[in-house]
Ligand binder design. Structure first.
Ligand code: SAH
Length: 434
């Protein structure tokens, strides 16, 4: 969203503006607005996404001021970590000591953590992830909205329910007017400031039409727009960037090329990575990650997934469980356990302590009703709410029984705001800037 806190521009150096939030200064990149010191802006992901009137900003800030510092105190109290005096085994304590003190650790150390089974150790691993999140990133929590604009897809991925081979799912494609209306509702009615537009791949997308929608959202609503339409090629990426989108959401699914080929027949990991790298070099912010629990995946594969996402300069990490879908070739394989995903979240934070936005994915929320809370207490600091119109949401059935698929936006917002408040998190994105 997300109730983004307005910030006051203090100084400007070319396209970089310095923005004050209650005494804390952050950098943001401005390539849309004519700004001067003293102006108020919303920034997301390190980008200025809107300039706002001082009267409006001051009114919003006066409401925020009351809770801003008390939320930080609540978060700090919840995030304390005491490793000494714990009954956890010495090997685990030694490694957690290293990672929380920013000392060098090895791949073997992380494999050890990934293999933990003892409850006491697991609890400390999760707390270490949360401790690092608080230490470096404080209490801000990104709340993005996602609009699933079409479920047409030309790929035949073995895990995915909207794959082309699944004739049982009715297909839909939102019109450009419907997309803009959904974005307007998300931004104007609910205060979202970051939106992901997603579809299956090669969904018959008309890039010129889509570029127009992106431009209209960017200009008329003021939001950071991520696109997630699969491998659309350099021309598609460029068109959408020029229209104003600034983020790409594209998982590489698995860092193991053999595994990738096995579950995404006809496609290569190399091609997908090339796409992500091209987008990054164009200036896109990258949200990427992998599926956890794909049959045949090893613990080292999972660590390699974590390293690869970092190497791809992910600004946000999206790692979620594989959930079997009955109409796919992987229907009979079990999903991973909740604990496995919490370990991955904590390890993501350990490997990227200072600036990572780590998402609690909808797939994880589908696996466990406590996922959001537990994920946020293990190192995560982002959530994504589904703002796709209800008549389409169920049809984007990448896996069955998706969390929140029947919930109106208002309900989801109320629920997430209450949870964040109880954990002392601010539903805002005070991006560190680029
Ligand atoms: N066409 C876009 C969006 C794909 S759907 C793209 O290629 O990026 C978004 C994500 O859903 C996929 O990247 C995949 O990781 C996830 N997904 C698909 N099927 C899933 C399943 N059965 N369980 C969990 N996640 C799944």
């Amino acid at each position: 969203m997300c109730y983004a806190i307005p910030g006051k521009v203090t100084s400007i150096s070319d396209k970089t503006v310095f923005v004050d939030y209650f005494g804390e200064e952050k950098k943001a990149y401005n390539d849309f607005y004519d700004l001067s010191p003293g102006d108020y802006v919303y920034a997301q992901g390190g980008y200025v996404v809107q300039k706002i009137l001082p009267v409006d900003a001051e009114e919003i800030l006066s409401v925020w001021k009351e809770s801003f510092f008390s939320l930080q105190e609540t978060d700090l109290a919840i995030s304390r970590l005491a490793l000494s005096g714990s009954k956890a085994d010495a090997g685990c304590l030694r490694i957690l000591d290293k990672v929380t003190e920013s000392l060098r650790y090895t791949n073997e150390d992380l494999l050890y953590l990934l293999g933990l089974e003892n409850e006491e150790c697991l609890g400390l691993l999760r707390k270490s992830g949360n401790f690092l999140r608080q230490k470096y990133m404080k209490n801000s929590c990104c709340v993005h909205g996602i609009i699933e604009i079409s479920n047409y897809c030309s790929r035949g991925c073995f895990y995915c329910g909207i794959s082309s081979y699944n004739g049982a799912v009715p297909r839909y494609s939102m019109s450009n007017d419907e997309i803009f209306a959904a974005a307007s509702e998300a931004v104007l009615k609910y205060g979202f400031r970051s939106l992901v537009l997603q579809s299956g791949e090669d969904a018959g997308l008309d890039f010129d039409g889509m570029a127009e929608v992106v431009r209209k959202i960017r200009e008329e609503l003021g939001a950071l727009i991520f696109v997630s339409f699969g491998e659309i090629g350099v021309d598609g990426l460029k068109k959408l960037y020029d229209a104003g989108s600034r983020g790409l959401l594209m998982r590489f699914e698995s860092s193991n090329p053999m595994l990738y080929r096995r579950v995404c027949p006809g496609h290569t990991l190399e091609g997908r990575l090339e796409h992500i790298k091209q987008a990054y070099s164009m200036g896109y912010l990258i949200i990427t990650g992998a599926l956890i629990g794909i049959p045949g995946q090893s613990p080292q594969d999972i660590l390699n997934d974590i390293y690869l996402a970092k190497d791809l300069n992910a600004e946000m990490f999206s790692f979620g469980p594989f959930i079997p879908h009955s109409s796919t070739p992987l229907a009979s394989y079990p999903p991973p356990k909740e604990e496995d995903i919490l370990k991955v979240i904590a390890l993501l934070r350990i490997v990227n302590p200072r600036d990572a936005r780590i998402l609690v994915t909808t797939a994880f929320e589908t696996l466990s009703s406590e996922a959001r809370r537990n994920g946020l207490l293990s190192g995560a600091n982002s959530v994504m709410l589904n703002v796709t119109p209800l008549q389409y949401r169920k049809l984007y059935s990448i896996y069955p029984g998706r969390a929140h698929e029947d919930e109106p936006i208002e309900f989801q917002v109320g629920e997430v705001v209450a949870l964040l408040k109880s954990l002392g998190r601010a539903p805002s994105d005070l991006g560190a800037g680029h």
